[in-house]
Structure formats: structure tokens, C-alpha cells
Design a protein around this ligand. Structure first.
Ligand code: BGC
Length: 405
């Protein structure tokens, strides 16, 4: 028997739900005579970035890499990415992928990555039996959230599971910013980094709300950091009542055989009902010195990822919704069906906003600086919202001035 061609995919999907999702690629590629080599790099985008840099430096680029919009722009600028335009044209991607999303997987108008899914960041998970224990309801405003948290605490239940890693803190921060300020504020403050909005009263309120969440998590200090899926497990097992996390967390509930609406609730975060913070996972294709074999493998991977079978199987396990229209949503659970409806509504209302924490909007250095600032705000009690606002405003002014030059 002939040997299968190998296609290498570098990614960080290593939790239970993530593994189940990405494994769905294996049989589909095997049917095309392709073997996937894809041991995960645990540790998220930063860990993967280190591995990728070493690989590029030693001239052994992988075929495909899990990557987000702003990193695609950086690698695109270095000329490291291969074009998928031929496949995109043959498969009509321009008609299948919403324009706002298509721009996130292109570099200078060329497709350099295949989009995998849409995740909603502003998602709240609630353990239903703990909620019933205090006769509570899913909160729709931050006021209701804090009220519910108080009742949970009185009943001896930790209200919020949170892992306190810098990216998780920024994830929480952006959902508070959306809920307290709305989509317009979110765009001006977080995406455009408008110094007058960063310095203003709404941002002060956002920061105060953000740090008021900390006592609800039972944190013992800055050294108390956990993976996001460890926090999910605490909610699954009833050790904490809620988690605010992108809907990849739902993949953990499903992998643990928990049923939406029965065992847990999945709802938009407070104040985030009519808006939607999105993340698009995508697989960037790297240049392999023009090898026709590599190009064939990359094209097959891209076609498979955009295909109906993968879109259904992967996204049902992952917690996300399909990137292509026409995928039968009847096999998806109520969380995904609702998320899909919210996504469409937000697109129409123009309240669909890109995630900052998940590298969909801010260039690398600005993203890093904001992540560090928000992490400090959460972990260093001597760093007040007023100081954070001052220092962020100064950084935004410098970045703005550099852009104009
Ligand atoms: C990615 C998800 C992933 C999550 C946690 C996010 O940035 O978009 O696909 O599941 O990180 O690993």
C-alpha cells in the first residue's frame, strides 16, 4: 500500500473538548489518503508562537498553524504565508464567508488562512443545580449578577470560577467593557484605543466592575493561576456556580456529558445580550518552498475544513458555530443554536465586535501592553483604576502618534 502523504498542523487545542473537536479531522483527511501530524502545543497562543518561531528559524515550516487575525497580519508581512486564493475561488469563499470575517483571514486581499468557526467570547456558564439552590435566575445586567453572587456567597458557594491567567483576565475585562459600555464604547475604547474614551467615566466604571468580580472568585493572590478548563471543571463539578469564558468552555461541559438547559445554562454575559464579541479560529498556511505536494495537502485541508461534515462535527464538539452558511443546525445543542441567532442579529445591528483578548483586532505590541495592564489591575491592589486609566491613556496617545507618522 502506498504511504499516506503527511500534513502537519501546529495547534494548541489540548483540553478534552478541544481534542475531541480537532480529532474529527483525522478520518476525513485519511479518506483522502492524507495523514495528519498534529500533537498539540499546550499553553495557548504564546507557547505556540515560540515553537513556530523556532521552526521558521530552522527552515522547517509546518503546513498549517492555528492562528488569529493580528498574528496572520504579522506573518503575512514577513512573506511567510502561502496563498489559498485558488481553492477560495474554486469553492466560492467570497460568497460563503461574511465579509467582516473574510477580511480577518486575508493578507493584502489574498486568503492566507482557512476560517474554522466563530466563537462567542461573551458567554456565561451557570451550574443549574447551584442556581436552583439559591432560587436564582440567569443575570442579564451586572447589577443582577452581583446580587446573585451575594446570595450564592451567603449559601457558602463560590460564585465565579476564574483562572487568573493574563489572557483570561483580558477576556473577562472585555466582556465587562461590552456589558457596561455597549458595542459602540467597546469599539472606541478597545479597538480604536481612543484616549478620550479610555480616560472617561464609563471606563472608570468598567474597571471598578471588573475588580469587584475578584472577591467572588476565591482567589488567594497573583500566584493563584489556573488553566481555563480547570475553572470550567469547577463549575461542572459544582465547586463554583459560574464561569465567564468564550464558548470553547461549552466543549468541556459536553465532553463531561453535561446537558445544556438541564445541567447548565449558557447565556450571553450581563449587558451583552444584543452584542457579540467574536473570535474566528483559522488555520494559516505556511510557504513550503513551492512544493506541489505541500500545496496539495494544504488545499485538501482547507477544503475539508470548509466542508459541511467538518463544520458540523468540529463545531458541535468545540462549542463554536459554523463559519459557512447552510450547515444543518438541528444536530447542534440549544447553546449553539442561540449563539447562531445572536450572531446574525448582531451582524445586522452592527454590534458584532472583535475580541481583543483573542487577537482579532489590536496589533501585537498594543495587545501585549493592554493584557499586562489588565492583569496588573486584577492582581495588584495598589494599582487603582485611576492609575490604570492614566497609564493606558498615555500608551494609547503614543501608539496613535506613531500610527500618524
Ligand atoms: C481559541 C479557542 C481555544 C481557546 C482556549 C481561544 O483563543 O480561539 O479555539 O479553544 O483559546 O484554548
Amino acid at each position: 500500500m502506498a504511504h499516506a502523504e503527511v500534513v502537519e498542523l501546529l495547534h494548541w487545542w489540548s483540553s478534552e473538548g478541544e481534542t475531541r473537536a480537532v480529532q474529527s479531522l483525522v478520518p476525513q483527511m485519511a479518506r483522502q489518503g492524507l495523514e495528519l501530524k498534529m500533537p498539540p502545543v499546550p499553553g495557548g497562543a504564546q507557547a505556540l508562537d515560540r515553537v513556530l518561531r523556532d521552526r521558521i528559524a530552522s527552515r522547517s515550516a509546518p503546513d498549517a498553524v492555528q492562528m488569529k487575525a493580528t498574528d496572520l497580519a504579522a506573518w503575512g508581512a514577513q512573506g511567510a504565508l502561502a496563498s489559498l486564493d485558488t481553492v477560495a475561488k474554486q469553492e466560492g469563499w467570497d460568497y460563503k464567508i461574511p465579509r467582516q470575517i473574510a477580511a480577518q483571514v486575508q493578507y493584502k486581499g489574498s486568503y492566507v488562512a482557512v476560517p474554522v468557526n466563530v466563537h462567542r467570547v461573551n458567554s456565561l456558564y451557570i451550574n443549574r443545580s447551584l442556581l436552583q439552590q439559591v432560587q436564582g435566575r440567569a443575570p442579564q445586567t451586572w447589577g443582577q449578577f452581583f446580587h446573585l453572587a451575594e446570595r450564592l456567597q451567603k449559601a457558602g458557594i463560590t460564585p465565579l470560577a476564574h483562572g487568573n491567567q493574563p489572557w483570561q483576565n483580558l477576556t473577562l475585562f472585555e466582556t465587562v467593557a461590552l456589558g457596561a459600555g455597549g458595542a459602540d464604547f467597546y469599539l472606541k475604547a478597545l479597538v480604536q484605543q481612543d484616549p478620550s474614551v479610555i480616560a472617561g467615566p464609563v471606563m472608570q466604571q468598567v474597571m471598578q466592575t471588573f475588580i469587584a468580580l475578584k472577591p467572588l472568585t476565591g482567589h488567594t493572590g497573583a500566584a493563584d493561576r489556573q488553566e481555563w478548563n480547570v475553572a470550567s471543571e469547577r463549575v461542572i463539578k459544582g465547586k463554583a456556580a459560574m464561569q465567564i469564558m468564550g464558548d470553547w468552555a461549552k466543549g468541556e461541559f459536553i465532553a463531561a456529558q453535561r446537558v445544556p438547559d438541564k445541567d447548565f445554562l449558557c447565556v450571553p454575559t450581563p449587558g451583552g445580550l444584543s452584542s457579540y464579541i467574536y473570535v474566528v479560529d483559522s488555520l494559516a498556511m505556511f510557504r513550503k518552498g513551492g512544493s506541489p505536494q505541500a500545496t496539495a495537502g494544504q488545499s485538501a485541508l482547507a477544503r475539508t475544513v470548509m466542508g459541511m461534515e467538518f463544520q458540523a462535527k468540529f463545531n458541535q464538539a468545540k462549542g463554536s458555530i459554523p463559519i459557512t452558511p447552510g450547515v444543518d443546525m438541528s444536530g447542534f445543542d440549544s447553546c449553539s443554536q442561540e449563539s447562531s441567532a445572536f450572531f446574525l442579529a448582531a451582524r445586522l445591528a452592527k454590534t458584532l465586535v472583535p475580541s481583543i483578548a483573542h487577537r482579532m483586532a489590536l496589533p501585537g505590541p498594543q495587545h501585549k501592553a493592554l493584557e499586562a495592564l489588565v492583569d496588573r489591575l486584577w492582581n495588584d491592589p495598589s494599582f487603582t483604576p485611576a492609575q490604570a486609566q492614566l497609564s493606558w491613556t498615555a500608551e494609547a496617545k503614543i501608539a496613535g502618534a506613531a500610527e500618524k507618522r
